[in-house]
Design a protein around this ligand. Sequence first.
Ligand code: NZQ
Ligand code: ZN
Length: 386
Amino acid sequence: MDNFIFYNPVKIIFGKNTIPELTNEVSKYNRILLAYGGGSIKKNGVYDQVVTALANHTIFEFQGIEPNPKYETLMRAVELCRTEKIEFILAVGGGSVIDGCKFIAAAVDYEGDPWEFVGDFTGKSIKSSIPLGTILTLPAAGSEMNCGAVISRANSPDKLPFASQKVFPRFSILDPETTFTLPTAQTANGIVDAFVHITEQYLTFNANASVQDHWAEGLLLSLLEEGPKVLADPENYDARANIMWASTMALNGLLSVGVSTDWATHMLGHELTAKFGLDHGVTLAIVWPSMMRIKKNNKFNKLLRYAKEVWGIGEGEDAEKIEKAITKTQEFFESIGIKTHLSDYGIGREDIDGLIGQLDKHGMDRLGERQDINLEESRLILEACL
Ligand code: NZQ
Ligand code: ZN
């Protein structure tokens, strides 16, 4: 296991009827930006709970942060924050709203065009941020407990991540009951996103990181057990609670300490979303099985461990066990309603050149835990997804 420093200051408030805790968490601020998406929170009662909790505050609303949040939309919120001297930003929604609010928080006092810090994962370009908190309504991205975000640009193939410790939420309120209204497809997207977050950090090569390995396997088993339950019964509180907590724990930094991480599937996935508008979780369900097959030599030992510890596959030749585990993974994604081939979405061989061009433009020519996936191998991986 390599040396590491683990830092995560986010206060998590978890459980039934926790939104009223918001009043205490923002007691020292007055001028609050309430930022949300297309309006799902107005249909499921979350909005009313938030407005009640903020009864003694001055609220400025910003509605309309879209899925795969756009820089152009977010800059309108940045202007509002500057004009109204906002003291605190509250993100209410899923990963897109939370990521969008991290961008807004960092952009308000940024000198220059804030697009400059999108793509910077070092955190060096962000010097300050308005404090922010979140109320999560879609377990998936893990943004509620990390310092990363992914921002897109309208009319361009740009969908890029940034990170800075300055944009860690002060707190996140996770009430599983807010997820009862999720459409099946979004519940499934979230399960796949959390699943692949874990495998991007776990399915690399052996680092003798026993704690991280067993932790990852436990989270994967929870998603496999609880996922079908929430799809069968969307108001199964305990299953929703387990999915919510597993998604948050999948990408809060704990799994990635002391080990090398992959993230190639995510980088290819972002290009698919940028070009074709596919949901983030869908892109991962398409790419991840082919990534495992084409990079199985890099991942050999961990794939054998994954086959045994997660899928109970211990008998047979090694290569056969690995292929069985990959097939099981792909079948799981399909079983929760997410198709796993590019052709299922009308994407063909003729589209791959454009995707490779995007990867090249974004400097994504050395991907993976060994930084050995060049553009040619990315092409092979995408062709295997057809
Ligand atoms: O627009 P609203 O009204 O919020 O409706 C949303 C949206 O239409 C809806 N929804 C959310 N909660 C709901 C609900 N509908 C009914 N009931 C509820 N309780 O679901 C739709 C999708 O929401 P979105 O926030 O886009 O989905 P998700 O949470 O999957 O976030 C995806 C974004 O997260 C980024 C992705 O790139 C993508 O932009 N990611 C962020 C990461 C991070 N910050 O660490 C890492 C991830 O890998 C990911 O890249
Ligand atoms: Zn993701």
